[in-house]
Design a binder for this molecule. Structure first.
Ligand code: TYD
Ligand code: MG
Length: 451
């Protein structure tokens, strides 16, 4: 292909360029110029409709509301996160750190959903490696079909003939389309390959799982548009050294977002844990400073997790603030609120906060637990062992209610917790038996209570 055929476009301002450059001459933005596909696939490839003709418009009354039933994979936790099972023609993007178990999960899912004709396409591992893993997982007798290929056109030609109902691409970063000259894994290649596969899925009704790598920061590598193109985005999280893994839906056109599935990694692969409530506790023998138990409700299930903090005098002019499993900016905000409205100054202290077990918490109910953990460590004063905490904290030092307070309290009671610090507006209507509740309106009340 002659070189000057390639076109480039600035992703910030949309200007087209003949050559790649580090900086867009139109808008002066850096690193925004990307290669464009030379052949606009959607309009010229006869498989996808050929020449463009006027399309028929439907009125809303003609639209069939009948939904095809989901196909259950038989892995309960995966089905829960998917919103009930696999939807025909859907595209699911699965992201996660290397070694977290993405390939294992999907291999098990294909074997488990044996009623669907499957195809596992790997660009990362050889057929032998996949075979060995399947053997380790005890899937020798499953009708798994494997293809090792990275060229999108070759994959399309194969699946066009094979017509699988469920297919896995491991991983989208290894694919390339012949229409682009950039290397596999580049933004343009990932986007174009994914676009072709999404179109194929919609047109053929094949359900497609795409494995996506994540960057150091934990976001999906490659173009942001990838997340818009697919129906469902799942993240597989957890501490790779630990036993538990969490599958989280961050986008789902067919179910609840932030739904969680919990798995344990065992010798025989991933096992779903249908009642995960209290597995993320470290269970200290005696109370230790810097540890708070909270009830989070990510998705549709309450989950009891431990928040740990370490506050220590900093030798640095700019003390460190490290948050694991939690938004760093939010933690800085909470420390500022604690200073301003609680009179607790930690500006010369290093503060580390960690959610035990590699859990990530995105909801604001963690505000109060994080503050109390930091305070407890700072003052070297353990909190009672049988205490749970949840609540959002505002910039004015007020404690705001969170959703499903009653359900969280019930869950805590079920696991034997006897004390709770909660937002005033979450006070249960009925007296909670066997539980002493501090319903607080302001941060200062909680700090006074601790002293
Ligand atoms: P893998 O699925 O290859 O991760 P990814 O595709 O996300 O990179 O999982 C690899 C890890 O899982 C590896 O560290 C070994 C572990 N593992 C088990 O503990 N038990 C098993 O049965 C299998 C297959 C893997
Ligand atoms: Mg893998």
């Amino acid at each position: 292909m002659p070189k000057d055929k390639n076109r480039y476009q600035c992703s910030a301002c949309g200007a087209e360029h003949r050559k790649w450059a580090g900086r867009c001459a139109e808008c002066d933005a850096w690193n925004t110029i990307e290669e464009l596909a030379t052949v606009p696939l959607a309009t010229t490839n006869p498989r996808f409709g050929g020449l463009i003709a006027p399309q028929r418009i439907q009125s809303l009354t003609e639209v069939s509301l009948e939904r095809e039933p989901n196909t259950r994979t038989g892995m309960g936790e995966l089905d829960r996160v998917l919103g009930g099972g696999i939807v025909r023609g859907s595209v699911v993007l699965l992201g996660g750190d290397p070694g977290i178990g993405k390939s294992t999960l999907l291999l098990q899912a294909l074997a488990s959903a044996s009623q669907l004709k499957n195809l596992y396409i790997s660009g990362e591992e050889s057929a032998q490696q996949i075979g060995l893993r399947a053997h380790r997982l005890g899937l020798d007798d499953s009708p798994l079909r494997i293809l090792t290929e990275t060229c999108v056109e070759a994959i399309l030609a194969t699946v066009d003939k094979e017509r699988p109902q469920l297919m896995v691409i491991d991983s989208i970063q290894t694919l390339f389309t012949q229409h682009l000259q950039s290397a596999p894994g580049s933004v343009a290649q990932v986007r174009e390959s994914a676009a072709v596969l999404v179109r194929y899925a919609k047109q053929s009704g094949t359900a497609v799982f795409l494995v996506g790598h994540v960057t150091k920061e934990g976001a999906l590598a490659g173009p942001r548009v990838l997340e818009h193109m697919v129906d469902t985005v799942l993240y597989f999280e957890g501490d790779p050294g630990g036993r538990y893994r969490i599958l989280r839906a961050v986008k789902n056109r067919f179910g609840a977002v932030n739904e969680l599935g919990v798995f344990a990694m065992t010798e025989q692969g991933l096992k779903g844990i249908s009642n995960p409530s209290a597995i993320f506790l470290s269970r200290h023998e005696s109370p230790v400073p810097g540890s708070t138990i909270m009830v989070t409700r990510e998705g549709t299930r309450p989950l009891i997790v431990e928040v740990q903090a370490l506050v220590d005098e900093s030798p640095l002019g700019n003390p460190r603030r490290v948050a694991l499993g939690l938004d760093q900016g939010r933690m800085a905000m909470l420390l500022a609120v604690m200073h301003r409205h609680g009179g607790v100054a930690m500006f010369n202290q290093d503060v580390f906060v960690n959610i035990v077990g590699g859990v990530k918490i995105t909801e604001t109910a963690a505000d109060l637990p994080v503050m109390l953990a930091a305070l407890s460590s700072f003052r070297s004063k353990p909190l009672p062992e049988d205490l749970v905490v949840f609540g959002e904290v505002g910039l004015a030092g007020e404690i705001r209610p969170v959703l499903n307070g009653q359900e969280r309290l019930n869950e805590a009671a079920k696991h034997g917790f006897k004390k709770a610090i909660i937002p005033k507006a979450n006070t249960p209507k009925k007296q909670q038996p066997d539980m002493e509740i501090l319903a607080a309106q302001r941060l200062s009340e909680v700090i006074d209570w601790l002293v």
